[in-house]
Design a protein around this ligand. Structure first.
Ligand code: FUB
Ligand code: ZN
Length: 683
């Protein structure tokens, strides 16, 4: 924030090119993405993964390409061929005789866009000619589908071009546009190749020409946000202000009455309709600067708030920034799981009311935690405060990583904090909770979203401005920075997340006055800083960051040791679900009980908080990680009688047991079984 309180850019992510991730933990994830996940997802987009839900994504692009060609060749005559707007989400019986129709969810195009974005990030870190060639060919297929006017959405190209932009509320054109643009920017920045960027730009120009305040233009906005963030990226990479203008238009029109979605859907307008939840679902119930509570579909919400944060920063819009802060606080103080998961209800994949955070019916969609990270990083670009980076780290290590199996080949969409597989199979209310990660989904928004996020993780760990390097997450890496006419190289070594030690070494040709801003994690009660003699004179703590401003000389090294004891966590007492329960954390990691270690009926286990926990490393799951043992008790098997109820009898019904906890993100890598984050405790 600037001194006059107008939001402005205080830090920006470093270019991916200037960072090499060396971190044991995150490098492993990035390599997994590069070697396993990206190729696997390319197969999925081409319907080549046996027994997985079909995607139809690349198939749709190929068909749209054929249609675009035919339309170009036949002109008006071609338009006589119109399919009714329809999606087919399953394979037809005769798959060798499929018509040239659109298959899959209507936003299937976005799966390619997220994949190409991930490929772009990965190529930046790790050039790979073969992958680049596959990506270039995929881009050729996608671009061949683009209409001469720039329009590019296969659902309408295949079905009926006369209906484009007639259902912004539901039909995701602007969502697919947003993803396409983000992918195009990433691929351009990685390779310098601008074919996809130009396609996205032409599409953006077409949208710009069709939307706006002028007579004859559409006054609508996205039913599923993301175009806002994407337009900012397009603006920043091209320097063209019309993309910022279009983003502002979308933000400013949201919540304006009469509601655009009502104009678009007059058939559903009825008396008293203003109170209908449907506007909340799309965050269109109020003008954005007046929104204070996070509501509605949680992915939509955090994508919108991220776009608002971008716009607040670039427009120096104080009111927008204040709304972002209130929305941030609403989520993180009242509507977020301990894992950084958001979305308490599967009804509308949405935020529930304050403190309503059920563990076993949680939605906590992987994409929603990813969107929360987008929002956090954008707030950090305006204001350095560990309230943002603490949540970012929490989401990364827990609610996001849980979305992908340790082998990178299966995924969770929903990330519950308690699972009883029998309930998932038999209870309709929990049908959304899968007890085992899936190879792919008909609606596969989450898997490629994790891929693009993990392959760009360094842009979240560190940011910079002219005189300061900010470390938000202690991720090991080699970082090249230009400071004025000088350059400095930082080597970060980190034992995170299993140990709280990290060191940062500066290498430079000549002494340089510079500031290192190091996050003090909110979970840490005590830490030491070694290596700098004049700390008292050159350092200060502000908003959870330790700023060290001094003249750095070659080889200067700061070593931080953050205490990382096992902590027993309780919820705000208004979280009804967790009353009388504790969760186990160590540093940023949330732990859970699994059936594989603790047997069935996890709900019969209680922690004894009076006996110290023990943390050790283990490697049984193919990735070294910490496990925690705690003493506790379990109902004796004799306590389970034929009677449903009996008179309470004190402690003799219990036996002493050792409880074994593993990191929440690593659950369900040993087959189907019970899992539980919050447990009762011996009082
Ligand atoms: O609607 C597109 C994506 O599909 C959403 O972001 C997810 O919640 C899923 O519904
Ligand atoms: Zn998703």
């Amino acid at each position: 924030m600037s001194t006059n309180n107008k939001p402005t850019t205080v830090s920006k992510p470093l270019s991916l090119r200037s960072v090499t991730v060396t971190d044991n933990f995150w490098k492993h994830q990035m390599e997994l993405v590069r070697k396993e996940v990206i190729p696997y997802q390319w197969d999925a987009l081409n319907d080549r993964v046996p027994d997985a839900a079909p995607s139809f994504c690349m198939r749709n692009f190929k068909i749209a390409g054929k249609i675009t060609k035919a339309r170009r060749e036949q002109g008006a005559a071609y338009e006589e061929r119109i399919w009714p707007l329809k999606t087919f989400e399953t394979l037809p019986e005769d798959i060798n005789n499929m018509e040239d129709r659109f298959y899959g969810f209507l936003f299937q195009d976005s799966d390619f866009a997220k994949w190409i974005e991930a490929v772009g990030y990965s190529l930046t870190q790790h050039p790979d000619a073969e992958l680049e060639q596959i990506a270039d060919e995929a881009i050729d297929i996608v671009c061949a589908a683009q209409q001469d006017n720039g329009y590019l959405d296969t659902y309408y190209i295949i079905n009926d071009m006369s209906k484009i932009f007639t259902n912004l509320r539901d039909n995701h054109e602007l969502y697919c546009f947003g993803h396409l643009t983000e992918g195009a920017v990433a691929y351009y920045q990685a390779t310098g190749k601008d074919k996809l960027l130009n396609a996205a730009r032409r599409y953006a120009d077409f949208i710009y020409d069709n939307f706006g305040y002028e007579d004859g233009k559409l006054r609508g906005y996205p039913g599923h946000e993301i175009a806002e963030m994407a337009l900012i990226r397009l603006h920043e990479v091209t320097g063209d202000s019309k993309y910022l203008e279009l983003c502002n238009f979308f933000l400013d029109e949201r919540g304006v009455k009469p509601y655009y979605f009502d104009k678009e859907h007059p058939e559903v307008v009825k008396k008293g309709h203003e109170n209908d939840d449907r506007y909340h679902y799309h965050q269109a119930h109020l003008p954005v600067r007046e929104q204070t509570e996070a509501v509605g579909h949680s992915v939509r919400a955090v994508y919108l708030y991220s776009g608002m944060a971008d716009a607040a920063r670039l427009n120096h819009d104080e009111k927008m920034f204040e709304a972002c802060e209130k929305l941030w606080d609403s989520i993180t103080n009242k509507k977020m799981y301990i894992t950084g998961g958001i979305g308490g209800t599967h009804l509308g994949e949405a935020f529930s009311f304050n403190y309503d955070l059920p563990n076993d019916t949680a939605y906590a969609e992987t994409c929603a935690s990813i969107g929360l990270v987008f929002f956090a990083r954008r707030m950090l670009e305006m204001k350095i405060d560990n309230k943002y980076s603490d949540v970012m780290e929490r989401a990364f290590y827990n609610g996001i990583l849980s979305g992908i199996a340790l082998d990178g080949k299966s995924f969770f969409y929903v990330n519950p904090l308690e699972v009883l597989p029998e309930a998932c199979h038999k209870d309709e209310r929990k049908r959304h909770v899968k007890p085992i990660r899936q190879k792919w989904f008909g609606c596969a928004c989450c898997p490629p979203n994790i891929t693009r996020l993990l392959s760009s993780i360094s842009t979240y760990a560190y940011t910079e401005n002219e005189d300061t390097f900010f470390v938000h997450m202690y991720m090991g890496g080699e970082i090249d920075k230009v400071v004025g006419n000088d350059s400095v190289h930082f080597s970060i070594d980190s034992d995170f997340p299993w140990n709280g030690k990290a060191s940062i070494k500066a290498s430079l040709d000549k002494p340089l006055s510079y500031t290192l801003a190091l996050r003090i994690p909110g979970w840490c009660n005590s830490y030491t800083v070694d290596g700098i003699n004049d700390m008292a004179n050159c350092s200060e703590i502000k908003n959870g960051y330790l700023y060290i401003t001094r003249e750095w000389t070659d080889g200067d090294t700061v070593t931080l040791n953050f205490d990382m004891p096992v902590k027993l966590m309780q919820s705000n007492t208004l979280v009804r679900e967790n009353e009388g329960k504790l969760a186990v954390m160590r540093g940023p990691i949330v732990f859970c009980l699994e059936e594989a270690d603790n047997g069935k009926h996890l709900h019969n286990l209680s922690i004894d908080p009076g006996i110290p926990a023990n943390a050790t490393m283990f490697d049984d799951l193919g990735l070294p990680m910490s496990k925690i043992t705690m003493q506790g008790r379990r109902y004796k098997s004799s306590a389970c009688s034929d009677n449903l109820y009996k008179e309470y009898s004190p402690a003799s019904d219990y036996e002493q047991v050792t409880l074994t906890y593993i990191p929440y993100f690593a659950w369900n890598n040993r087959g189907e079984g019970e899992m539980q984050v919050w447990s009762s405790f011996v009082r």
